[in-house]
Design a protein around this ligand. Structure first.
Ligand SMILES: C[S@@+](CC[C@H](N)C(=O)[O-])C[C@H]1O[C@@H](n2cnc3c(N)ncnc32)[C@H](O)[C@@H]1O
Length: 169
């Protein structure tokens, strides 16, 4: 498997170990695959809306990546992020899509009460929808816990937002 680009490395570094990983809009699935190989996460969920992408990813995964002694559970799901019907726990990564798509996915999951992750790691391709608008979604219990991470990629600056669930005691 290719090594992670600086942007994907930064995203990977933000994952909370010991927690599930949801690699939404995963395409090549590099972040989820690295998480699998590390054995530091109990469960990896690969999600993309394009069926052929998930078929190819699962084939490549079974051929090149799967390890017989690796206890990590994996799921390959063909669905748009908006359509998911499972609870998302642990880490949710949404990267490499526009901010409007990220907004729509989070809004849909939030409305269905499925957003139970401890950490959201978001790396939009643009800032059509500002992060402040995402934070204002009704019932959205996530706050930026650290500074925005900026990474140069193909002569563009890409921003990574790390949001942690706010727990009320
Ligand atoms: C450029 S790739 C991003 C790959 C990887 N996440 C990254 O950051 O490098 C975008 C992927 O998002 C998928 N995608 C776009 N909108 C989506 C949605 N609403 N739900 C799920 N997948 C989506 C596309 O099919 C495509 O495979």
């Amino acid at each position: 498997m290719p090594s992670l680009s600086p942007r994907l490395q930064q995203i990977y570094k933000q994952l909370l170990t010991g927690e599930a990983v949801w690699d939404l809009c995963c395409d090549h699935g590099y972040v989820g695959s690295h998480a699998y190989q590390s054995q530091l996460f109990p469960e990896i969920n690969f999600v993309d809306q394009v069926p052929e992408i998930i078929v190819r990813l699962e084939e490549r995964f079974q051929r090149d990546i799967v390890q017989t002694t690796n206890p990590t559970a994996t799921r390959f799901i063909t669905a748009s992020g908006e359509e998911l019907t499972l609870e998302l726990t642990g880490n949710v990564v949404i990267s490499g899509v526009g901010s409007y798509t990220i907004f729509q996915i989070l809004k849909s999951l939030q409305t269905k009460n499925l957003l139970k992750a401890k950490r959201l790691i978001l790396c939009p391709q643009n800032d059509v929808v500002k992060m402040d608008e995402i934070k204002k979604l009704p019932g959205f219990l996530y706050r930026q816990s650290q500074d925005i991470i900026s990474v140069n990629e193909k002569d563009r600056v890409r921003e990574i937002f790390v949001l942690d669930q706010v727990t009320h005691t």
